[in-house]
Design a protein around this ligand. Structure first.
Ligand SMILES: [Zn+2]
Length: 147
């Protein structure tokens, strides 16, 4: 679901250096949208790009039109998300988590520990260089095998 954009908030953006859509921090805003963003992976600052060049929204990942999606109350979705996260990590010890870095390689079901986002569960390997990770607050796309 779209989040309200604000300076210092996080947003998905295409990173021109990493060549991936990754988490970025908003540096400046223009017309209510992110303008300049800082890549949380490589720390480069560049203009916000919602998608990779020449790429539209990934089919099947988002509804084609926002108006056609079923609206779910925000609170219940967040609670459900956190329950899923807690269930996945329940009973896991410190040694079950791999420290996350962009050079690491992860598989679906792996548990990882991110310096900033905390503990997460790899829910999907998007491709050789991207994994979807469920963190306590939300799912994020992280880079992998970048070295
Ligand atoms: Zn980057």
């Amino acid at each position: 679901m779209p989040k309200l954009m604000k300076v210092a908030g996080e947003v998905d953006s295409y990173c021109t250096k990493c060549r991936l859509v990754l988490n970025h921090r908003i540096v400046s805003m223009k017309a209510g949208k992110a303008h300049q963003v800082e890549c949380l992976t490589c720390r480069a600052t560049h203009l916000w790009r919602a998608h990779a060049p020449g790429e539209k929204a990934v089919p099947g990942e988002r509804p084609a039109k926002a108006g056609t999606s079923i609206r779910v109350p925000r609170v219940s979705a967040a609670v459900k998300h956190e329950q899923t996260w807690e269930k996945a990590l329940n009973g896991k010890g410190p040694h079950d988590f791999k420290p996350y870095n962009t050079g690491g390689s992860f598989q679906e079901g792996d548990l990882l520990r991110h310096k900033k986002f905390g503990d997460g569960l790899v829910t999907r390997v998007i491709d050789g260089h991207k994994v979807e990770v469920l963190f306590r607050d939300e799912a994020r796309t992280l880079a992998q095998a970048m070295n």
